[in-house]
Design a protein around this ligand. Structure first.
Ligand code: PMP
Length: 434
């Protein structure tokens, strides 16, 4: 559809003021003016069901978070060089969600900064520089994060970084399990780094392989972590996307697979829109780094972001949102499976809790990626009032991350609007063929 006039004028002003790197969602961008709970509203008052924003994961404008932030801003807003009880109390509660060995936390302002710090710690600890990542990984914007983000479009990887294919359960062949094949790739990559003369420093993986296409594969993290450790490398779990109860059965993506990393990076949903992020680590690893590098981060761990994070954690625990993620996730999944029976374009549905990767195919026999169909579909979803996006190497996997606060009615509406959009996209595809 054509852009509405208000949106068109703003798009133009935006192009004339923002740097060229910025991208908007959708052919017809949503002019978002308000968020409330699981909904976003545009300038014309149209309501959208938000199934993509895993920043506001306890709901847009969550009243408990707004109140905590407002109160803190009115009381004290200063940094971590002053003794404050908020940061200590929150850290104690946050660490309770981790296995015992992960017993220290450091605060930053973004997932990128957290990964940057984790890479520094891993390199300090091992004395190595070699990093293994997955082939479509995205880990952030800093120079060292861009280096380990093959999906960034910045060209080839440097010699000391190797990308391996993720544990792809949909396109797997052969006798070995998906987890074994993945671990063997990690082993081979570390061998190659050693042959090139680069000491192994870390395996860095998103615990649910978000950008690779969403692969919650049992045993994959466990096997890959063991493979990395055989080379003396540390394991960094990037929980920026799967973390904070999204996967339902566990608070963290790695815990879903009963695997324990050495360093964990946090971000996105941690402050429900307030920039707060961090890194959780084993004190045995962190101590030597901390003795050599005094760490101060002006906004990281300051009063207001910590108050937001504390309110988010309260919401998740008090409202038992991990259980909700599991229960509502099952409703959404069942609805998607019904849609898959009607639409052969749905090749695979992968999910954990409220994290979904729905792989679309142009041809169910050959499993040729349905890239064009996926693009038509997410735009049709937007028109039907449902906000989702895509991921994966061919941008043919729908990435759906509803808020943890979804009700059963929200879940049914998601499936209904996805069904409407599938009908529209299928009509477009048929017209294209005819
Ligand atoms: N890691 C992952 C897995 C991410 O998805 C992102 C952001 N998309 C980042 C790191 C970077 O986080 P931020 O944008 O907060 O710097």
């Amino acid at each position: 559809g054509a852009l509405d006039p208000a949106a068109r004028a703003l798009v133009e002003r935006r192009m004339n003021t923002l740097g060229t790197g910025y991208r908007l969602f959708y052919r017809n961008p949503v002019l978002a003016v308000r968020g409330l709970g699981t909904r976003l509203y545009d300038a014309e008052g149209r309501e959208y069901l938000d199934a993509y924003n895993n920043v506001a994961s306890v709901g847009h404008c969550n009243p408990a978070v707004v109140e905590a932030v407002t109160k803190q801003l009115n009381t004290l807003a200063t940094h971590s060089r002053y003794l404050q009880d908020g940061i200590v109390e929150y850290s104690e509660r946050l660490l309770q969600t981790f296995p015992e060995s992960l017993n220290r936390v450091m605060y930053t302002n973004s997932g990128s900064e957290s990964n940057d710090l984790a890479l520094r710690v891993a390199r300090h600890h091992t004395g190595g520089t070699g990093i293994v990542v997955t082939s479509e990984a995205y880990h952030g914007t800093t120079a060292s994060c861009a280096e380990v983000s093959p999906s960034d479009g910045g060209g080839g990887l440097p010699d000391h970084i190797i990308a391996v294919h993720p544990p792809n359960s949909y396109r797997h062949e052969g006798e070995s399990s998906v987890a074994e094949v993945f671990a063997a790739r990690v082993t081979r990559a570390f061998e190659t780094l050693c042959e090139r003369g680069h000491e192994p420093a870390a395996l860095l993986v998103d615990s649910i392989f978000s950008s690779d296409g969403v692969f919650p594969v049992d045993g994959a993290l466990q096997a890959a972590f063991a493979a990395a450790r055989a080379f003396g490398a540390l394991v960094i779990a990037d929980e920026v996307q799967p973390g904070f109860a999204r996967v339902g059965s566990a608070f963290w993506g790695f815990a879903r697979d009963h695997a324990v990393p050495d360093l964990v990076t946090l971000g996105k949903p941690m402050g429900n829109g307030v920039p707060v992020a961090g890194m959780v680590a084993d004190s045995e690893i962190l101590d030597a780094f901390g003795q050599d590098v005094p760490y101060f981060n002006t906004f990281g761990g300051s009063s207001v972001p910590v108050a937001a994070a504390a309110a988010v954690l309260n919401e998740i625990r008090e409202r038992r949102l991990f259980e909700n993620a599991e229960n509502i996730g099952a409703i959404v999944r069942a609805g998607m499976e019904e849609l898959a029976a009607d639409f052969p374009q749905i090749g695979d549905i992968r999910s954990a809790g409220l994290y979904f990767g729905v792989e679309l195919v142009a041809d169910p026999e050959t499993r040729e990626p349905g890239t064009a169909f996926a693009a038509d579909l997410i735009n049709a979803c937007r028109e039907s009032g449902l906000l989702i996006s895509v991921c994966g190497p061919t941008s043919s996997t729908l990435k759906i991350r509803p808020m943890l606060t979804y009700t059963a009615e929200d879940a049914e509406l998601l499936v209904e609007r996805l069904g409407d959009a599938l009908n529209v996209a299928a009509r477009v595809a048929r017209a294209g063929v005819a």
